[in-house]
Design a protein around this ligand. Structure first.
Ligand SMILES: [Zn+2]
Length: 87
């Protein structure tokens, strides 16, 4: 969430208490994934690294994969269920 807009940008979501008729009054931040403004309550969890390079970089920090080569890590990622939505 870098920077600060000149005017307050509201969260574009609706509150549950109003049965989704009233807009949330919190400050909204632009979300790259959904292309919408969402506050800290309506933003949801992080989706994690998307690209294959990002996945490898993240996995490298784990003890288990410390001394593995890039190709070995690539094979391990490809063997996982979520590998389908990667390139
Ligand atoms: Zn909100």
């Amino acid at each position: 969430m870098p920077g600060r807009p000149l005017h307050k940008i509201q969260c574009e979501s609706f509150t549950r208490g109003s049965k989704f008729t009233k807009q949330c009054k919190c400050k909204g931040y632009y979300q790259k994934t959904s292309k919408k403004y969402r506050c800290k309550f309506h933003g949801g969890a992080s989706t994690g690294p998307k690209s294959i390079e990002g996945r490898i970089k993240a996995i490298r920090n784990l003890e288990k994969f410390k001394n593995k080569s890039d190709t070995e890590l690539y094979e391990w990622i490809k063997s996982k269920k979520y590998a389908k939505d990667l390139s």
